[in-house]
Design a binder for this molecule. Sequence first.
Ligand code: AMP
Ligand code: GLY
Length: 422
Amino acid sequence: MKILVLGQGAREHAIIKALIRTGTPAQDIIAAPGNAGISFDVRCETELKPNDPLEVAKFALQHEIDLAIIGPEAPLVAGVSDALREQGVAVFGPSKQAAQLEGSKSFAKEVMAAAGVPTGMARECETLQEVEDAMDDFGAPYVIKADGLAAGKGVIVTSDRAAALEHAAKFIDMGILVEEFLDGQEVSLFFLSDGKNVMPLTPAQDFKRAFDGDAGPNTGGMGAYSPLPWLPDNFVEEVERTVAIPTVQELDRLGAPFIGLLYCGLIVTERGIRVIEFNARFGDPETQVVLRRLISSLSTLLYKAATGHLETTAQPEFSKDAAITVVLASEGYPETSAPNRPIYGLTEAEQVEGVEICHAATKFEESRGGDEVLLATGGRVLSVVANGADFAEARKAAYAAIEKIQLQGSHYRSDIALKVVN
Ligand code: AMP
Ligand code: GLY
């Protein structure tokens, strides 16, 4: 089976490593555009523009692609899945219309209301006055969400009224959703969906704030771990029954079947499970730990979902290992961007037992001496992923590895999975 993976981040690198680990030959995979790290593992088509539906469809036909896996949200919202399906290519990734579940928070709220899915109370606002009124009604802490794609930076949760209003003013043109504050542990749970049936993967927790102790601004995600030993036994079954199935059925009823990955972002409150967001794709960095534990063939699972055959597919198997990932970020992330700087020590880091490195924003450049140097080119540079018999072992490996990596000004959180060590 020839597979095209669209995207260029650590999530795509993790998907590719998992495909290979679960039986897909590396030579059957093409990444587009990929990145420096991915190019060590598979062929990268660096010139292909992943957000261009016609270009991607043409490429897939020319290269006889059997399965296209779409990593990021941008190609989905641009309609790349639709263009591929029109050419008869099996695609793991929802249509433009179904991807609105992620692209529009108000659409997601409408689907949840129609499907009876538990979520926080929210109000759509078009003016700052409406935002202020909603803030008064819900009270502090304030949860202000931009109603569109904002690269993980569209949400602020704060008791500082001025900061909440400033955030709303920045995104008011997109529309704003003011939501009730939900208190509890966050869980990311992914479901494969073939448009009618769903299949759960395994829960993970993401660390959204920039600094230790959940301080600092929200980011795209600074680390993750899986499994979540503190969840009740029936948790996955309950989310499947109360969230994933009704959502997929409602989208099907609307004529927008969801074929791809349904990312359920949840908060476990005292009053029960609540959805805080849906995404239409694998989460980053949760994918790095979820797929690290996958034993079943990833290509088979995604192909069955893409072709409408989940009902007859066996549940995926996950190892009992603990997996953690720690994200290395550039100086100033997420608030300012740093210049491209060289990264050293990756080879040593990868030699730590149980460790794997997924690249996000890296590229090779020829130095003055003619050698190739690896440069960091963005905010989240790479994910160090480690597994072990328990979280103490996995943490030890991940942090031993990340300490070997040198990138001027870089930072990472030191408390990923710390609370589950005992
Ligand atoms: P989202 O992009 O909707 O996942 O929001 C980003 C982060 O903001 C989430 O991971 C939560 O940490 C936080 N958040 C979002 N909605 C709420 C809410 N209603 N109550 C509390 N925290 C929230
Ligand atoms: N880790 C959060 C996301 O992928 O949206």
